[in-house]
Design a protein around this ligand. Structure first.
Ligand SMILES: Nc1ncnc2c1ncn2[C@@H]1O[C@H](COP(=O)(O)OP(=O)(O)OP(=O)(O)O)[C@@H](O)[C@H]1O
Ligand SMILES: [Mg+2]
Length: 292
């Protein structure tokens, strides 16, 4: 099931990449003696789709939570839309958050609320919105993520994993955010649902001019969607570049992640002009390590 939006925006130019919307400078984050980030720098410009990759526990979710203001840095600064997140007053912080949407790694939906009420929740938080307008907005968001209206009254427990992610995205875009954060959006999805997810995000990216920051372990999704990939290792962003450039960095995590069997397979999806920039090790046949 592909959203009608996909055909509507096919052929539209990609959003142009302009000013920075996220600027993380010299960030350090500690939990007790555990130093998660140290002297970390990271930028995202408007119109980009940046994937954050890194080993489990490397601090991907923690970085996103700090950018969203849900977690405080130990030191360093984070600017979002040019505002220092540690210095703005509560009203400005609220406004800034309303310009961002988030699909969390865990607990994408409120289990006690219907699909309709889950999507309506950020709109209701805004204050008084007439019921008929609220209904129209929720139905429009459902349509945008490719879900028939008949699912609006269902409870999350009655939905498949892929449908839950779609409703989570519908809720994340309820307020028409400029910036969308997705934490492991394809985890638990089968390959077909992951492909549909890629279609959905690229359609929303084009239709809404969204900037997307996505944490993912899923190499195929990362290769298909990212304008740049940020590799988190050694407590910092080791490199943030188009995937073919990042794959050239000499580091154990990069060798394992990009140049292993799965990585080489995923990189085959790059267009030839980008594949030509990959290191030779990435071009070795991906089938040579297959068990006989
Ligand atoms: N609230 C917290 N209190 C203490 N330690 C925390 C907290 N949140 C995260 N950590 C620690 O910070 C480190 C990074 O965690 P984080 O969840 O950001 O990793 P991740 O890269 O998202 O991992 P995964 O790929 O498994 O989701 C881990 O060592 C984790 O134990
Ligand atoms: Mg995480």
């Amino acid at each position: 099931m592909i959203a009608p939006l996909t055909s509507a925006v096919r052929g539209q130019p990609l959003p142009s990449i302009a000013e920075p919307v996220i600027e993380v400078r010299d960030l350090t984050k500690r939990y007790g003696r555990n130093i998660v980030h140290q002297h970390l720098n990271f930028d995202v410009k408007r119109g980009e789709i940046v994937s954050i990759v890194g080993g489990s526990g490397s601090g991907k979710t923690t970085l996103v939570r700090q950018i969203l203001g849900l977690e405080r840095p130990s030191s360093g600064t984070i600017l979002v839309f040019g505002e220092d997140t540690s210095k703005i007053d509560p009203e400005a912080a609220h406004l800034m958050r309303s310009r961002s949407g988030m699909l969390f790694q865990q607990g994408a939906l409120f289990s006690s609320l219907s699909v309709f009420d889950n999507i309506a929740q950020p709109l209701r938080e805004l204050g008084k919105i007439p019921d008929d307008l609220l209904r129209d907005i929720v139905m429009l968001k459902l349509e945008m993520v490719g879900l028939p209206c008949k699912h609006a009254s269902k409870m999350p427990a009655a939905l498949s994993g892929g449908m839950i992610k779609r409703v989570g995205i519908a809720r994340a875009i309820a307020l028409e955010p400029e910036l969308l954060f997705l934490d492991e959006p394809t985890a638990g999805l089968d390959p077909r649902a992951s492909d549909e997810f890629v279609e959905l995000i690229s359609s929303l990216h084009r239709a809404l001019g969204l900037t997307v920051v996505m944490v993912t372990h899923d190499l195929d999704t990362m290769v298909a969607l990212s304008t740049r990939v940020a590799v988190l290792a050694d407590r910092k962003v080791l490199v943030a570049a188009p995937v073919e450039e990042a794959a050239n960095v000499d580091h154990p995590f990069i060798r394992e992640y990009f140049l292993g069997l799965r990585g080489r397979r995923a990189l085959q999806a790059l267009p030839p002009e980008r594949r030509a920039k990959l290191p030779p090790a990435a071009l070795e046949p991906a089938s040579s390590e297959l068990p006989l």
